[in-house]
Design a protein around this ligand. Structure first.
Ligand code: NAD
Length: 333
């Protein structure tokens, strides 16, 4: 008997991670329904490019809607009746949350409430949603585990992500919708966000411009290749919903000091970076290192892509698309 084609709604499908997840599910024979409003926090032209790649698949459909508008979201979900909802749409970025906190409340709080409420009303069995390593805030323990208390967020962005987890708990408790929150750790890869370090560093080093190095480089991150994140989500989707409320760290194979990360980029680009040493950015945390043993135990998650591989691939992609990428407007701050 032919297996029924699975259908997923992905919010934030024109975004960096949403695009990669959509592409992988399409390759695996899923119907994918993308939802995104194409915000202009960073230049939406890169979102259009991602969408153009997804539209090559006949099993992809796209709705340009704002998830903070409940009726519009419910209409899409009622029409499409997906098997899975993967909620990645959000106002991302730590620094911008200091200057425009309202964008975070609208997309991350109201938008997420709408996704959860629609799932409840339409009786969907599960919502998978993006959280963030930033919820660990001022925690000192490293690596960071899901069982650690996380009560000290230091940006509006991080606070909205933690609030999403609390809301997920309530919805799971009240209505038994399975709620899976994924705390992503510094995700990178091709078609990545222009506001993130790797993009900015490669762009500026290639152009001979200086790069801003925060906290004088005394930072450490579990950089996570986007294909490892996607593999984690796919592993989860292969499990039937069981009414769980869980949080998983999805983090990279190697935790790397920022200065080593810069050295790897310099080697690949073939040029030395002009480093502009800066103090710590308000809202940012010094170290986010993932303990992903829970995701390993429950989902078989193992990050596979080394930083070296990931950076080689990124620099090649950047060079191949340099003309376009260098015309993108600077992200909002
Ligand atoms: N990239 C990372 O390193 C990282 C780390 C931790 C958590 N996350 C989380 O993962 C998710 C995906 O992140 P990303 O890096 O792909 O970000 P992204 O900004 O590239 O993608 C998010 C998408 O959501 C869309 N969006 C925002 N508000 C919306 C709204 N109200 N209605 C409809 N669409 C809306 C944006 O237009 C964007 O395309 C986000 O929830 C983010 O907070 C990302």
């Amino acid at each position: 008997m032919k297996k029924k084609m699975q259908k997923a709604v992905i919010t934030g499908a024109a975004g960096f991670i949403g695009f990669h997840l959509a592409q992988e599910l399409l390759k695996r024979g899923w119907n994918v329904i993308g939802v995104d409003i194409l915000t202009d926090y960073y230049d939406p032209r890169i979102k259009q490019k991602r969408l153009a790649l997804l539209k090559k698949y006949p099993t992809f459909r796209f709705y340009k809607i704002n998830i903070a508008k409940y009726a519009a979201l419910e209409k899409v979900l009622k029409t499409e009746k997906p098997d899975e909802i993967i909620h990645l749409a959000a106002q991302a970025g730590v620094r911008y949350s200091l200057s425009n906190p309202w964008a975070y409340i609208e997309s991350n709080m109201l938008g997420t409430l709408n996704v959860f409420e629609a799932a409840k009303r339409l009786k969907f069995p599960r919502v998978v949603y993006a959280s963030s390593s930033s919820v660990y805030g001022l925690n000192k323990k490293s690596p960071m585990s899901e069982g650690d208390r996380a009560d000290t967020q230091i940006s509006v962005y991080a606070a909205t992500k933690k609030a999403n987890e609390a809301l997920a708990h309530s919805y799971n408790h009240l209505y038994s919708t399975e709620m899976i929150g994924l705390r992503f750790f510094t995700v990178y890869g091709v078609w990545g966000r222009p506001d993130l370090a790797l993009f900015k560093f490669v762009k500026n080093i290639l152009a001979g411009k200086s790069i801003d190095v925060y906290n004088h480089g005394k930072m450490k991150r579990s950089f996570t290749h986007v294909s490892d994140i996607v593999a984690g989500v796919v592993a989860l989707l292969e499990q039937k919903p069981q009414g769980r409320n869980e949080i998983y760290n999805l983090g990279g194979a190697e935790a790397m000091p920022l200065l080593d990360f810069i050295k790897l980029i310099e080697r690949e680009v073939g040029k030395k970076a002009k480093q502009h040493l800066m103090p710590m950015q308000a809202g940012d945390v010094r170290e986010t290192v993932a303990d992903w043993s829970k995701a390993h135990r429950d989902l078989g998650f193992v990050p596979k892509v080394s930083m070296h591989q990931g950076i080689v691939e990124f620099v090649q992609w950047f060079r191949a698309n340099e003309k376009f990428l260098c015309t993108l407007q600077e992200p909002k701050q």
